[in-house]
Structures are given as C-alpha cells and as structure tokens.
Design a protein around this ligand. Structure first.
Ligand SMILES: *[C@@H]1O[C@H](CO)[C@@H](O)[C@H](O)[C@H]1NC(C)=O
Ligand SMILES: *[C@@H]1O[C@H](CO)[C@@H](O)[C@H](O)[C@H]1NC(C)=O
Length: 204
C-alpha cells in the first residue's frame, strides 16, 4: 500500500499531463484554431484565465459564440461546485470553532455558493435548450435573458460570500475561502461576458 501510493500518483500525473497535451495538439491538428477563443476572451475582464481554461475546447467550439458561452458556463459550474464543497467541509469544522463570527461567515458563504451552483446549473440547462426545435426569435432573447439573469445572480452570491468576511478578523480560513471565491468570481464574470456577447450577436 505504502509503495503503491506514490506509483499511483505518478501514473495519474502522467495520464493527466498527456491528456492535456493531447487535447492541445489535437485542437491544432484538426483545425480547431484557438484564435476565435483568444479574440473572444479579449473582451472579458480576465482574458488570461479565460483563454487558459477554454482553449482546450477549441475543437468543440470552432467559431461558435453559443458553444463558447456554453463551455464557459460548464467550466464555471465545475469550479464553483468544487469551492462550494470545500466550504461545506469547512462548515463542519467551524461548528467547533471559538470564532463565532468566522463560523457564521462560513455558514452564510456556503448558503450563497450553494445558491450560485443552482443558478449556474439553471443557466447551463437554459443555454443548452437554445436552438432547440420550434424556438423562434423571441424565444432566443427570452432564453438568453434568463441565462444572463442567473449568471449575474451567481456572481452576486459569490460577492455576498466574500463581503460576509469583512468583519471577520484575519485568519487562515478567511484567506483560504476568500482566495478561492475570488478566483471563481473571475470565471463567473468571464462566462457572463461571453454570454452577453453571444446575446448581442443575436440568433444562433
Ligand atoms: C485584444 O485587444 C487589444 C486592445 O484591447 C488589441 O490590441 C489586441 O489586438 C486584441 N487581441 C486579439 C487577439 O484580438
Ligand atoms: C470534503 O471532505 C471529504 C471528506 O473528508 C473529502 O473527500 C473531499 O475531498 C473534501 N472536498 C473538498 C473540495 O475539499
């Protein structure tokens, strides 16, 4: 067991490293150029994070702004979901903490992130329905306005989480939560920007 563990990590590391590399190589080889993603990301607040996290989907995205927005929402969902589960773990420890302010901020933060996950999940479901059979022009704008509303609500929920720590004394847990939530706020903000530019371009 003690001998197998490092080996497992070693194998996992290489599998992960090579599949990431393969995706990048495949994107170039099969003509899924990353130029479209680079220029679309240029309109977001955090272009580097945008490009780094989305360029591997160049093949699936091609030049399609709707597909790019879908992928951005999906990546955001998995990031926020992960941080929500991290904070959920912290709430259990916080219950035994002497710092009641921190404990209450952590609990509130989890509630907000949990809501954000629901909103982003709703956005993803909605944007996937766009272009479905029988959807007219009015319905594209209506569906996109739902996606925009829910993604901005998620961003607000994330902000409410970090705001809740304002009166908490500096501590390790505050830094850990705020750093992670600030990071997912960037992903959410970028996804919202890509959603907005898709909505402005009009019908798929
Ligand atoms: C990104 O935007 C800047 C100005 O905002 C522009 O100079 C640059 O050419 C753009 N890059 C791409 C790849 O579109
Ligand atoms: C939360 O705790 C569980 C059980 O201890 C652990 O398996 C999981 O990885 C933790 N999740 C995160 C995101 O830290």
């Amino acid at each position: 067991m003690n001998i197998q563990r490092p080996l497992l990590f070693f194998v996992l590391f290489f599998v992960t490293a090579f599949s990431t590399l393969n995706a990048a190589v495949a994107a170039d080889y099969y003509g899924g150029s990353t130029d479209f993603i680079r220029s679309s990301c240029n309109t977001t607040l955090y272009p580097d994070i945008c490009f780094t996290s989305l360029s591997r989907y160049a093949n699936a995205v091609q030049q399609n702004p709707g597909q790019l927005a879908r992928v951005a929402i999906s990546v955001t969902l998995s990031k926020v979901h992960r941080v929500a589960s991290y904070v959920s773990n912290l709430t259990r420890e916080a219950d035994y903490s002497a710092d009641t302010r921190a404990a209450s901020a952590i609990h509130d933060c989890f509630t907000n992130l949990d809501d954000a996950v629901d909103q982003i999940r709703g956005s993803l479901k909605q944007i996937r329905q766009i272009g479905a059979v029988g959807a007219g022009a009015g319905s594209f704008l209506f569906q996109m306005s739902n996606v925009q509303t829910w993604m901005s609500a998620a961003l607000t929920d994330e902000e409410t989480c970090t705001d809740g720590f304002q009166d908490v004394d500096d501590c390790k847990v505050k830094t850990q939560v705020c750093d992670r939530v600030s990071n997912v706020k960037k992903f959410t903000s970028n996804a919202l920007a890509l959603v907005n530019s898709y909505a402005n371009k009009g019908m798929p």
